[in-house]
Design a protein around this ligand. Structure first.
Ligand SMILES: Nc1ncnc2c1ncn2[C@@H]1O[C@H](COP(=O)(O)OP(=O)(O)OP(=O)(O)O)[C@@H](O)[C@H]1O
Ligand SMILES: [Mg+2]
Length: 507
């Protein structure tokens, strides 16, 4: 790259200074010059400036065209400049608040900063222009004010700046914006189908769930695999583009209540720094409302449909008839509560599948969709087939490793305890969820200590083992009665077969 130095720089600086003086004089004289002559002079001056002025200006306006939304480029540059201006600008302003605790500082209006990129000096100016507005009733901020960022650099470096530098600014700006933004949880609220403004809409709140993978009690190898999978997904933009697949990933979390499915979703959101859209399907009136809601979701988000088996009748007509009775037996409360909503909602399985498959390609990407269920066997295979649900994660009963993590979280106990071997033996046979184990590890009174909590847990595990044994004995007894009745009807049973084999009597 050719650099201008010595006398050339001096000459250009002189020209620039002279031009600056002339422009000031022009601004003062302008009102006294007839308009026709004025426009002619302006045209010649502009030509002269373009010919001699050695700098390139790139302007980024806050609002472009007729858009009511601030321009994406402006917002990204604003974030980018937060990093540089905090260190170098003399006048800063507090712009937004992160996590309700720390201020995010940005360069003040009409302030400028410089930085050096690959040895080239770059100047950023933040401009705020107020425009006289004759309409006293105007509520539109845009008609009164204009904000810009201007990038100034020597013309010699045009290629570097419009290529590598701008890319660097956009990449870094996006990363800073993601880091500084307040994460939100969005929930869809019931609305009125006939009135657009009262239709189901996303309402949001700041997302501050404390769940982390570090505190999630589950098999460590499984946890590490999930974290790796998520990490690869976030870095996979190029990969997804290359293979021509939308940048999304589907997770199905299944397992009994209290095994940590919802906690896992919160941990995922915190790990990835994503927003969460908690989609309550029972309040969505029909497929078109569902489509609108999904289109309104933004990138870097997790879209969650909890208890997919109870949300809607998404198991298809075929299964509906066969399993209607089973469903009612398994979820008496959920089914009664949702019965009315199910009748009203016209969201269909195929509607949901179409939107899951179709929407992503239209709306960019970086979205994760998570379904949770307590009854994976009841879901229509179409809903959870590979490609739609890329990863199925079973959240299971508490194992010893998970227990050790819960003890560390709840009782601050990192070392082994003399009661651990007993807990290990019991957990190997008893089915207890992490939620139930955690409940026993909570200190409920000032006298409680580690030993009291562990003894409580052991007592509950023992009674659970006993209950399970009794239940198994009952089932075995019932099966024995059935076997006997088969014998009486002259049908052979397995015991006879084993006995004859043992006696060496063959064919
Ligand atoms: N694996 C786990 N690790 C740590 N805490 C857990 C775990 N599982 C459950 N918990 C604790 O139990 C509570 C309930 O768990 P959670 O709501 O995540 O269960 P769930 O599987 O979503 O249940 P449901 O099927 O009823 O929705 C959580 O608030 C958390 O404190
Ligand atoms: Mg849950």
């Amino acid at each position: 790259m050719k650099k201008v130095g010595g006398p050339a720089v001096e000459m250009l600086t002189n020209i620039t200074t002279t031009l600056g003086g002339l422009m000031l004089a022009w601004t003062m004289l302008k009102p006294y010059i007839p308009s026709q002559l004025r426009s002619q002079i302006e045209t010649y001056v502009r030509r002269l400036i373009n010919y001699t002025y050695p700098y390139l200006h790139i302007k980024f306006a806050e609002f472009s065209g007729e858009s009511l939304e601030p321009s994406e480029a402006y917002k990204i540059i604003q974030s980018y400049l937060m990093g540089t201006s905090t260190a170098t600008a003399k006048r800063l302003k507090a712009d937004t608040v992160k996590d309700a605790s720390s201020l995010v500082l940005t360069m003040d209006e009409n302030e400028e900063i410089t930085e050096v990129f690959e040895g080239v000096k770059v100047k950023w100016t933040s401009l705020h222009v107020s425009i006289d507005n004759n309409n006293p009733f105007s509520f539109n901020r845009r008609s009164d004010e204009r904000r810009y960022f201007t990038l100034t650099v020597h013309l010699n470096h045009r290629e570097l700046i419009t290529g590598r530098y701008i890319k660097h600014v956009l990449d870094k700006g996006k990363a800073i914006a993601a880091c500084n933004r307040q994460r939100k949880i969005y929930m869809n609220t019931p609305g009125n189908t006939w009135d657009y403004y009262k239709a189901t809409k996303w309402k949001n709140a700041v997302f501050e769930h404390p769940a982390k993978f570090e505190t999630l009690a589950m098999d460590p190898a499984k946890k590490a695999e999930i974290m790796k999978d998520l990490e690869e997904f976030t870095k996979g933009k190029e990969y997804y583009t290359r293979i021509g697949k939308a940048w999304k990933r589907g997770y199905l979390l299944y397992g009994p209540p209290g095994t940590g499915k919802s906690t896992m979703i919160a941990a995922m959101a915190n790990f990835l720094n994503y927003d969460v859209y908690d989609l309550e399907l029972t309040t969505v009136k029909d497929n078109s409302e569902l489509r609108r809601l999904l289109i309104e979701t933004t990138g870097k988000s997790i879209i969650v449909i909890e208890d997919i088996d109870c949300s809607l009748d998404l198991t298809g007509q075929r299964k509906k008839k066969e399993e209607k009775k089973d469903d009612d037996d398994d979820h008496p409360v959920k089914n009664l509560a949702n019965d009315e909503e199910r009748r009203q909602s016209k969201v269909t399985l195929s509607g949901l599948l179409n939107f899951i498959d179709g929407i992503w390609s239209a709306c960019g990407g970086e979205r994760i969709i998570v379904f949770t269920t307590n009854h994976v066997e009841k879901l229509d295979p179409a809903l959870i087939r590979r490609g739609r649900m890329d990863k199925r994660i079973e959240m299971s009963y508490c194992c010893f490793e998970a227990f050790k993590l819960l003890v560390k979280n709840y009782l601050n106990l990192e070392d082994a305890h003399k009661l651990f071997p007993r807990v290990r033996d019991l957990l190997a046979v008893a089915k207890m969820t992490p939620a139930d184990v955690a409940e026993n590890l909570l200190l409920k009174s000032p006298e409680d200590d580690v030993e009291v909590c562990l003894n409580n847990l052991i007592a509950e595990l023992e009674s659970k083992v006993k209950e399970d044994e009794e239940a198994r004995a009952k089932v075995a007894a019932a099966e024995g009665v059935q076997e006997e009745s088969k014998d009486e009807n002259g049908i052979g049973n397995s015991k006879d077969a084993t006995a004859s084999g043992a006696n060496g009597v063959g064919f």
